[in-house]
Design a protein around this ligand. Structure first.
Ligand SMILES: [Zn+2]
Length: 161
C-alpha cells in the first residue's frame, strides 16, 4: 500500500484513505484533483445544454447580424442618395433665388440704402430677391413705397417703382 503525504499535516497516510487519520483532512490531494475534473464534467454537461439553448440565440444572432448588415446597406445607400439631395438644392438655389429667404440684416441694409439715397423707408413690409440679377424688390411703409435695389458693378442702385 503506497503511502502519500497528507496535504494538511504532511504526515504519511495511505493513498486509499478517504480521510487523513492524523488531522482528518479529507483524502489527501485526490479530492483536489477530482474537483476540477468534476467541474469540467459539470461544464461538459452544461456546455451541450447551453449549446442547445444558444441554438435559438444563434438563430437570433444570425437574424440580427443580417438585419444589421441590411441597416448598414440602407444607411449607406441613403447617405449616397443624401449627398445627391444635398447637391440638388444647392443648384436649385442658384436656379431659383426666390427660395432664398431675406435675412433681417439684408432688410436693415436695404432700408439704410434706400434712406441714404434720399427715399422714404421707415419700415420694410416685404423684400423679394431678383430672379435674374443681384437685387431686391423692397416694399416700404405699408406698401406705399416700392423700390428696386440692384447691384450694378458693385454699386447698389435704388430706383422707385
Ligand atoms: Zn493529515
Amino acid at each position: 500500500m503506497p503511502l502519500i503525504k497528507c496535504y494538511e499535516c504532511e504526515k504519511e497516510i495511505s493513498d486509499k484513505a478517504l480521510s487523513c487519520p492524523h488531522c482528518g483532512a479529507p483524502a489527501t490531494s485526490e479530492p483536489k484533483e477530482e474537483e476540477p475534473t468534476i467541474e469540467l464534467n459539470k461544464k461538459d454537461n452544461i456546455a451541450p445544454k447551453t449549446n442547445e439553448a444558444s441554438k435559438g440565440g444563434e438563430a437570433f444572432s444570425v437574424i440580427f447580424t443580417s438585419l444589421f448588415i441590411l441597416i448598414v446597406i440602407v444607411i449607406f445607400i441613403r447617405s449616397c442618395s443624401g449627398s445627391d439631395d444635398k447637391v440638388k438644392p444647392a443648384t436649385s438655389e442658384v436656379d431659383a433665388p426666390a427660395d432664398v429667404t431675406v435675412t433681417d440684416a439684408q432688410k436693415i441694409a436695404a432700408k439704410e440704402l434706400i434712406s441714404a439715397n434720399g427715399y422714404t423707408c421707415d419700415s420694410i413690409d416685404g423684400m423679394n430677391r431678383f430672379f435674374t440679377s443681384e437685387g431686391y424688390h423692397v416694399y416700404c411703409n405699408d406698401h406705399r413705397y416700392n423700390y428696386d435695389i440692384e447691384n450694378k458693378g458693385g454699386n447698389w442702385i435704388v430706383s422707385v417703382k
